[in-house]
Design a protein around this ligand. Structure first.
Ligand code: MLT
Length: 402
């Protein structure tokens, strides 16, 4: 009989957000009257910006006309979008990234999950704890629960920022602004990681999906703001959280041509050509209609609309922060991030807090321990609901006698 990939048996039975969805569904079925407010998964709630919609409608019409119909597109993404990304997200900020270093994808979840395809199995991989579960799960899928996966503890003591490892690490996943803790790294702090990677020949996988939420000037929006990062880092960006594309699916990955890795024979190779090979073999490109929608995000009106959406969610973050401050609870994040990471009161564990908040306040959040053992005793709330629902959730928490 054929065999399975045994590594899958070492994963938790289901993906964190699927487990939560099932528990909420069960509660909702047994309590149909409960008005449940969802501050759990980081899914947006505002509709797509008007300029994005217009561009999509136009692209749909193009698909119905012989002369403007589009079949398979370039696997790396259309030039019109890659040019805009390179120009506006990077060059305008003084970062020299060229359009052909940008690979348009269908979401950072896929891109951060798939990047392992081009990396050797003997690498020592460092992952923060707590962490966005995709990095850890996809490494377990590849390597099993291996001593080559090293967890970097992020706790209240170190401000939820990993310390530079004392042992040699080949690959490091960093996500800033951070999911789940909402914390950020300053330029100086990120520079320490870039310097470490350059000294040790390591690769940094930098997930900047929440870049649009940065407010502080000393927080870098891209790892390439740090000198030398093009020789040691791949950056992942998404249109999901800033422009509301969680249901449309569009992202991009920057693989600089200067980034080189070593083969077993000791030859140095540009990793750009490997990712290009991977994408052109396993991916047929993000749909034309979706890339046209993403292009509209870069128009002057699109940028204004996206800015307004981000500001809307950040107002929610502020409301949550104000409410939790009044309640006297300890929390982190929510200033340069749509996530608020709170310490469960009275030493409650994460899942007890989840159950009680759901049952007694009808509010859904995400238990910190779902992001790793260091998340035990913490809980994540998102700012992605409406002002009205967020305000109502804050009121319920303020009145809660737990
Ligand atoms: C989250 O809630 O952590 C995010 O929605 C996950 C994701 O973007 O895939």
């Amino acid at each position: 009989m054929f065999q399975i990939n045994e590594n899958y048996l070492q994963l938790n039975e289901s993906y964190l957000f699927s487990t939560i969805a099932r528990r909420v569904e069960n509660f909702s079925t047994s309590h149909p009257e409960a008005d449940i407010i969802r501050l759990g998964i980081g899914d947006v709630t505002l509709p797509l910006p008007p300029s994005v919609l217009r561009a999509m409608h136009h692209a749909v019409d193009e698909m119905g006309v012989k002369e403007t119909f589009h079949g398979y597109g370039p696997e790396q993404g259309y030039g019109f979008l890659r040019e805009k990304i390179a120009g506006i997200d990077f060059r305008r900020r003084g970062i020299d990234i060229s359009p052909d270093e940008i690979f348009v994808g269908d979401g950072s979840k896929s891109d951060t999950g798939n990047i392992g395809d081009i990396l050797g199995e003997d690498n020592v991989v460092a992952i923060t704890d707590p962490v966005y579960p995709v990095y850890l799960d996809t490494n377990i899928m590849r390597l099993g629960k291996s001593s080559r996966i090293v967890l970097l503890s992020c706790s209240e003591e170190n401000g939820f920022l990993p310390e530079i490892p004392s042992q040699p690490i080949d690959i490091i996943y960093l996500c800033y602004p951070n999911n789940p803790t909402g914390t950020v790294m300053t330029r100086q702090q990120l520079k320490q990681w870039v310097d470490y990677a350059l000294e040790n020949g390591s690769l940094i996988l930098f997930d900047a999906a929440y870049e649009a939420f940065i407010r502080d000037n000393d927080v870098p929006r891209s790892i390439y703001e740090i000198e030398g990062a093009k020789e040691c880092a791949i950056e992942f960006r998404s249109f999901s959280k800033n422009a509301g594309f969680t249901g449309l699916r569009c992202s991009y990955t920057v693989v600089p041509k200067a980034l080189r890795a070593r083969s077993v024979d000791g030859d140095e190779l540009p990793i750009h050509s490997l990712w290009n090979r991977r994408q052109s073999t396993k991916f047929n490109g993000t749909p034309y209609i979706v890339q046209k929608a993403a292009e509209a995000v870069y128009s002057s009106q699109g940028r204004q609309e996206v800015g307004d959406m981000v500001a809307y969610y950040m107002r929610n973050a502020e409301m949550i922060r104000e409410g939790l401050t009044e309640k006297g609870w300890i929390f982190f994040g929510g200033e340069n991030s749509p996530y608020i990471w709170l310490k469960c009161p009275d030493g409650m564990d994460s899942w007890t807090f989840f159950d009680r908040l759901l049952e007694e306040c009808h509010i859904v959040g995400t238990p910190g321990v779902g992001f790793g053992s260091e998340g035990e005793g913490y809980f994540r709330l998102t700012a992605f609901n409406s002002h009205e629902k967020t305000a109502e959730a804050v009121e319920r928490i303020k009145k809660w006698e737990y």
